[in-house]
Design a protein around this ligand. Structure first.
Ligand code: HEM
Length: 380
């Protein structure tokens, strides 16, 4: 009978378990773990990261982890150690989480986004004439689009850039405390919020400013928004440049779905168990770090035909339930899902026909998963 300690696991290294592989090459590590789990008839494997840890990838595991918020808590997950993400709704757990989301959801809902759309469309930077790196271009474009959506373009753009840049760096850079930078960002948020409280407005900050804790929600959600959206956009542009037959607005929603299936920026999500869990007869101890992996679930060869191939036509059919989670799921579904989709689809619609010149699109997992780059494209 399998127990926690006999769960399948990738080979360990003497002295540090899986820590070194987790830090340096996490994708091969988790792919190996998933292969071993499948071979053993399991949907869970163990990692030795200094605390009891498991990774699951089946739809049943995803559904349980994302639906049982009492047991699978966010506060002890990875976000807690990254100051950028350690706050607001991201670290709020049940039972307060639901009410918190109800308070902030309306600003990020489709209806309110329609009112922002003219402004974000006007903020799109021009598409360069010659060759350009789609990754670097997407980075700057998303910064401007978010500035437009959140602040009507009024946030000091150099400060916004300095604030978000460390998130892109490998560990431990994003986890380092940056008290002075955060003080400057909070002061800028307060300055802009005061204006909105006095004179009104309809950008995202105007919606968040009157809510207690709203400025923290603005800061935390901006951090959650930038790299995820940049990486998704850069990959989508690259896919369009390498598969130009898909470059038409009618195809873009399927292109974006397929991009997020193959390259989910949120490649791994984490929770902590508030109590012991019996998972198919295996007792997972209280305090276990419980991970779900949108990257593994969306490439599982048992769930997807030609799972490694870019095939937007697969989206004519429904995906397998709880296997496609680029925005997570359940009550903690990404707050910015509609915003990210609107921004990216509007950018794709504005792009001329492109062709890929050269690039390295291998996925590099950090806080978010993005292409190694550069991804050089040019107008056809
Ligand atoms: C393509 C772009 C994006 C992707 C792939 C993405 C992905 C995700 C994923 C996978 C989660 C769930 C994390 C978990 O279960 O642990 C999440 C949550 C979240 N995302 Fe996004 N995200 C994107 C864009 C955005 C944007 C634009 C915002 C701005 C509002 C945002 C804000 C958030 C927040 C605040 C949460 C936490 C929600 C909660 O815990 O209730 N994201 N996102």
């Amino acid at each position: 009978m399998t127990t926690f300690s006999t769960l399948p696991q990738p080979p360990t290294r003497p002295g540090n378990g899986h820590l070194q592989d987790w830090a340096l090459r996490p994708l091969p590590l988790i792919e190996d773990g998933a292969r071993r789990a499948r071979a053993a008839g399991s949907d869970l494997f163990r990692l030795r990261l200094g605390i009891p840890s498991v990774v699951g990838f089946s739809p049943a595991w995803n559904k349980r982890l994302l639906s049982d918020l009492d047991t699978f808590r966010s506060a002890g997950g990875f976000s807690a150690v990254v100051p950028y993400l350690a706050g607001g709704v991201i670290l709020t757990d049940a039972p307060m989480h639901r009410r918190r989301r109800q308070t902030i959801n309306p600003g990020f809902g489709k209806k309110h986004l329609e009112t922002l759309r003219g402004r974000t469309q006007a903020a799109l930077p021009p598409i360069p004439d010659g060759e350009f790196d789609a990754l670097a271009w997407a980075d700057g474009a998303v910064l401007q689009l978010l500035n437009a959506a959140y602040f009507g373009g009024e946030f000091d753009s150099r400060l916004l850039h300095s604030f978000l840049a460390p998130l892109r760096q490998p560990f431990p850079v994003p986890a380092l405390p940056r008290p002075l930078l955060f003080v400057r960002v909070d002061a800028e948020l307060r300055r802009l919020a005061t204006r909105r409280l006095m004179a009104g407005g309809d950008d995202l900050l105007a919606v968040l400013a009157p809510i207690p804790g709203g400025l923290e929600e603005a800061r935390v959600s901006l951090a959650a928004a930038h790299d995820t959206t940049t990486h998704a956009l850069a990959y989508a542009v690259w896919h369009l440049a390498t598969h130009p037959q898909w470059h038409a607005p009618a195809h873009h929603p399927a292109v974006l779905k397929e991009t997020l299936r193959l390259h989910p920026p949120g490649w791994m999500g984490s929770r902590r168990l508030s109590r012991e869990v019996d998972w198919n007869g295996v007792q997972l101890p209280r305090g276990t770090l419980a991970l779900y992996a949108p990257y593994l679930s969306a490439r599982d060869p048992h769930l997807w035909d030609a799972s490694e191939q870019f095939r937007p036509e697969r989206w004519e059919n429904k995906p397998p339930a709880w296997a496609y989670l680029p925005f997570g799921g359940g009550e903690r579904l990404c707050l910015g899902m509609h915003l990210a989709q609107m921004l990216i689809l509007d950018v794709l619609a504005a792009l001329p026909p492109l062709r890929a010149v050269r690039g390295d699109d291998s996925p590099v997992p950090g806080i978010t998963l993005g292409p190694k780059g550069p991804l050089v494209v040019r107008r056809m």
